[in-house]
Design a protein around this ligand. Sequence first.
Ligand SMILES: Cc1cc2nc3c(=O)[nH]c(=O)nc-3n(C[C@H](O)[C@H](O)[C@H](O)COP(=O)(O)OP(=O)(O)OC[C@H]3O[C@@H](n4cnc5c(N)ncnc54)[C@H](O)[C@@H]3O)c2cc1C
Length: 456
Amino acid sequence: MTSHAIDRADIADLRTRVRGAVHRPSDDGYETIGFNVAVSRRPWAVVDAADAADIAAVMTFAGDNGMTVAVHSTGHGAIPIDGRSLLVRTGGLDTLEIDPAGRTARVGAGVRWQRVLDESAPHGLAPLCGSAPSVGVIGFLTGGGIGPLVRTVGSSSDHVRSFEVVTGAGRVVRASPDENAELFWGLRGGKATLGLVTEAVIDLLPIPELYAGAMYFDGADAPAVLREWRTWSASLPVEANTSVALLRLPELPTVPPVLAGRMTVAVRYAALTSRDEAQRLFAPIRAVAPPLLDAVGTMPYAAIGAIHADPADPMPVAEDGCLLRELPEEAVDAILASAGPDVESPLLMVELRLLGGRFARTPQVDSALCHRSAPLHLYTVGILAPPIAEQVPVAVAGLVETMSAYSDGYRLPNFTATSDAGVTARCYDEQTRAWLRALAGQYDPRGVLRVGQLAR
Ligand SMILES: Cc1cc2nc3c(=O)[nH]c(=O)nc-3n(C[C@H](O)[C@H](O)[C@H](O)COP(=O)(O)OP(=O)(O)OC[C@H]3O[C@@H](n4cnc5c(N)ncnc54)[C@H](O)[C@@H]3O)c2cc1C
């Protein structure tokens, strides 16, 4: 269908088809502020979905009018959207039911992790969120989901029991290992390629507290910390998880003064062992250099966001990342040459996350999440604000290019927020890509979900 079809699209018709509010660009309520405010989002209209039937109606309207459908929960993984798309906002789908006996949570598409953490905690139960509890549950899970305990528990998407989903064809169906199993496979890792999830039932694990946190060092100690982290992390058992980040945090009220306006390096750690064993395992890092801040200890699981202490407020960022196949000494030298203490770098953060452990094992129920054998993930981000705004994208691209010597070019869907289908294709191996394409032909025959998650 051509753009002529879009020109003839009738907003009054759309409004009669849905219960939720519909906003055109001139309407109050159209602007959609997400976490990354640098991403341009000018859809033909925004629909605040009231229920699954609304999303089904949007799929049909889009198909009838030659449009595509994108989704916004929190904007943590926002992709550019133009006037050929409808944007579904899921904030109204705010169901959250904890089943303490069954150790599950039923979570609506508008719910963020912190709410699930807070409502699970009184039962001593833990949802497997990522580093930032302000991220949306469903967007995280459809991208696979790599949390601070990824080595111990595997991908968070392996702990989904079922989804309710509106397919691109506008059908509301359930997907689980026993029902629409292929759809269930594709929704875990395939993001919004096959449908928009309206709710998920997820596992809650009995983890009331854990030994975890971050230890911050002066930037001058980054070479020693990074070199120690490289060998130390490679020897950790599956119960221990870690990442390391070179940080240049701005002076903001939310940043502890000892870490603001200077270069620091943080070693993040989370262990599901006894306290003694967790401390013993962490001892080599404690011995590297005197810390600026030692925030590693026993914490309630609901405070898990403190490990990474990611920012929660919207900001304009440029980001990129890739999976690494190895981290030889030269790779550490390359990171230090790009963003170490001896250079001026506009990058807010350069992060290495240790994968492996249970993440690398074949899950009980297969999914479209690929490249599980990669041992590490590299991620870098910078704030697009003067006076460094122009340098940031160059530095982000430059670091990823430098590290491509240690990467097979593979990526994780959750760290690939782009509408460049050539780039998102690298999230999948060839067979998975072919299966996702075939399933998309079945579940989204009119291609309304073709907004860049998957090259078809
Ligand atoms: C500060 C920060 C920390 C992060 N930490 C981690 C981390 O530790 N581990 C990790 O794995 N990822 C992490 N991410 C990435 C994050 O998980 C992804 O960007 C995720 O897609 C965000 O989902 P959202 O719904 O919050 O964002 P949105 O921007 O609202 O959605 C992003 C995408 O998620 C998909 N999506 C959202 N809602 C639905 C739905 N209802 N049905 C189907 N698909 C949907 C769509 O593809 C959509 O384009 C982090 C991101 C940020 C900004």
